[in-house]
Structures are given as C-alpha cells and as structure tokens.
Design a protein around this ligand. Structure first.
Ligand code: NAD
Length: 357
C-alpha cells in the first residue's frame, strides 16, 4: 500500500529525529511492500521565522490532506520572548485542535535492557511496568477561559478548568477500548475531593464503565497518583486523565522509564488520521550536535503504523528492531549513564536500528 505522510520537523532536534524516523519507516515499510510519500510543512519557531506565524494555513491544510502526521518538536529560547499567540508551542495546541485530536496515548514501559537507567529503586524496577497513559487533549484548563483582571489584592490572572460530559465520555471510551486489548484495568485520575469538574469526570467515567463489565475501573486522586507512579508503577495498566494532569503525569512516567528520549505518543480523533510525536521537546541544548536519541520518534512512527495506517506488522518490526539494538547494548548519550558504553550519535543509532531491521 501507499501512504501520504505529512512531516512537521519543527525546531531544535526536530529535523534530526524526524529524518531518522523516515529512514526507519522506509526500510520497515519496504519489507512489507508499503511505500510512504512525504510532504514536509513548517511548524513552530521555524514557521514563525519564515512566515510570521507558528502554524501557517498551508501546514494545517497539508496535515488535513495526509493519511497521518509525524512531528518532531517545536520551541526554543530564540522564540521565548514572543507573545502567547505567536509562541511555537501555540502551534501544537492549534494543530491538535484543527485535526480534532482529543486523545493523547502515551505508553511508558520499562525496557529490561534499560532497567539500570531508571531512577527507581531496584526492587521496584524488578517488578517491571508497562502502562498506557490516555490524556484528554482538547479540553480542560489549557483551553478554558483565561485572563487578567484587578482583584482583591490588585492585579491577578485566572485560567478555567471546564469539561463537558461529551468530552469525558469519549476519552473514557478510548481508555476502556484500549484496556480491553491490554490487561483490562483502568485507573481514572482526578481531583474529585476539591474540583467540581473532577466530580463530573468521576461520575461520567463510572457511567461509561457500565458498558465494559469485563474491566476493573477505579479512581485515584492526582496527588496520590504522582506518588504511586514512583512507589508502585506496576499497578497501572491504562490510566485516563485530564489534559493538565496527563501532561504532568506523563512526564513523570517518562522519567521512571529512564529517558525522555524513549517515549512515543499518538494523538487521535474520530477518524484514522493521527499526529505522532515524541513526548520530549526540541532539546535546544543538544540541537544540531547529532546527539539526540531518535528512538522516541521512531517508536512514534511505529505507533502511526499501528493506529492510523493499520499496518501492525511494520510497527512490530520497528519495535523489535529497537528492542534488539537496546538488548545488544547500544545507547545514545542520554541513555549511556551507567552502562559504560561509548554513546552513539543520532545517525549511528539510526544505522543500528536499520541494520536490525
Ligand atoms: P526538552 O524535552 O526539550 O529537554 C529536556 C532535557 O531532555 C534536555 O536536557 C534535553 O537535552 C533532553 N532531551 C530531550 N529529548 C531528548 C532526546 N531525544 N535525546 C536526548 N536528550 C533529550 O524540554 P525543555 O528543555 O523543557 O524544552 C525545550 C523546548 O522544547 C522549549 O521551547 C519547550 O517549550 C519545547 N517543548 C516542546 C514540546 C513539543 O514540541 N511537543 C514538548 C515539550 C517542550
């Protein structure tokens, strides 16, 4: 089969890691007789420099026309002083909204080969973990009413957390469908002891859960969840939570795996087209130095094959090649921490994965 992929390389290490993922996709796809056609579009700071906008209309149109979208990362100190609407990160919110992507899937699993990289105690790591974080992406406080005003103590600012029943129901269904294909356990995370929006979240999740009698669906308060993720991560299978809680907890879950350079993500809507990206940022501190770990982007491309393109055999091959390279002891600088192995560059790591394929 032939697929049209929109590439959004973005800023910082974005172009390096997207090139790596493209090389891996091409080789893995060709093994199964598939061909990918790529169209690259500007996004983030580089788009602002070229067009005055972090998310040009051409980029939105190109992504809408594609079968799926692969993104590197956006942002960097060069654009930090820009006003809110022109900041590179605004483009991420914009493209997710334009494509109607309301779900973010973030797997976090411990690779046995990388267990020494995890900052967790050996007895906790020994139990392993493999969780899927399902984060609501287009609602909540990141999209609620905000502003500045004069308050009781002078100037103040406010942001609003707001969720509709419809938004909670559809994300709960995604989480529960995903759990049906995994270990049949969902933990919904909220702050229902304080927030009214969380009380509606909890009520709605449990109403939807009645449609899934095979699942165990329980609740956890977000402060406890932050603690449980480092104390006992093996208890989590599928985690479903709001936009902001998911943003924070998924970064925490990335750290317990050992490296932010390993974590992939998928953003999905009602249709097949999705946006696939590593969870890390543009790493301006190592940009242009060929030091970035491309694995998170390569695994994001694998997720794209599984969730949007329906070619799971290609995803399986890519994931197996990454496993093989890690098991053979190859590491990029972010992973080289305690192994004593000389770190590979971004292009060398890509070559190893291509060889394994
Ligand atoms: P970051 O994820 O870019 O970097 C944090 C640390 O992790 C840095 O030391 C970096 O070198 C390292 N790191 C990240 N990815 C790596 C990789 N693939 N290989 C090796 N090391 C890696 O987060 P930050 O420094 O807070 O943010 C930098 C910029 O990225 C900011 O402008 C921020 O707004 C933006 N950002 C973008 C996204 C996105 O595009 N989705 C996400 C987060 C942050």
């Amino acid at each position: 089969m032939e697929f049209n992929i929109a590439l959004l390389k973005g800023d910082g290490i974005g172009p390096e890691i997207v090139e790596s993922a493209v090389a891996v996709l091409d080789k893995a796809g060709a093994k199964h007789g598939h061909k990918f056609n790529y169209n690259a579009y500007l996004i983030g700071g580089s788009a602002y420099d070229a067009t005055g906008k972090p998310l040009p209309e051409e980029t939105v149109a190109g992504c809408k026309a594609a079968d799926s979208v692969l993104l590197g990362a956006v942002g960097g100190p060069k654009w930090d002083a820009l006003p809110g609407d022109l900041r590179p990160e605004k483009a991420l919110l914009g493209i997710r909204a334009a494509l109607g992507l309301f779900t973010n899937l973030r797997p976090a699993k411990l690779y046995p080969a990388l267990k020494d990289e995890s900052p967790l105690r050996a007895d906790i790591v020994a139990k392993g973990f493999d969780l899927m974080m399902v984060r609501e992406l287009t609602g909540g406080i990141y999209f609620g009413e905000r502003g500045r005003r004069e308050g009781k103590y002078g100037a103040e600012a406010y942001d609003t957390e707001c969720y509709s029943v419809m938004e909670i129901e559809r994300i709960a269904r995604v989480a529960m469908d995903s759990a049906m294909k995994r270990r049949k356990n969902v933990i919904s995370i909220d702050k229902a002891n304080v927030l009214e929006s969380s009380r509606l979240w909890r009520e709605t999740v449990h109403r939807v859960a009645k449609e899934y009698p095979a699942l165990t669906v329980t609740d956890m308060l977000v402060d406890n969840a932050a603690m449980q993720l480092v104390k006992n991560p093996s208890q989590f299978d599928v985690v479903v939570t709001s936009n902001m809680f998911g943003d924070i907890l998924s970064d925490e879950s990335s750290q317990i795996t050992g490296s932010i350079g390993m974590l992939a993500s998928a953003s999905l809507g009602e249709g097949k087209c999705g946006l696939y990206e590593p969870i890390h940022g543009s790493a301006p501190d190592i940009a242009g130095q060929n030091k970035a770990n491309p694995i998170a982007t390569i695994l994001s491309a694998a997720m794209m094959c599984r969730f949007s393109l329906d070619i799971p055999a290609v995803a399986d091959d890519i994931e197996a090649a990454v496993d093989a390279v890690l098991n053979a002891g190859w590491r990029t600088a972010d992973l080289a921490g305690t192994s004593g192995v000389a770190p590979l560059s971004c292009t060398e790591m890509t070559e190893k994965i291509l060889e394994a394929l």
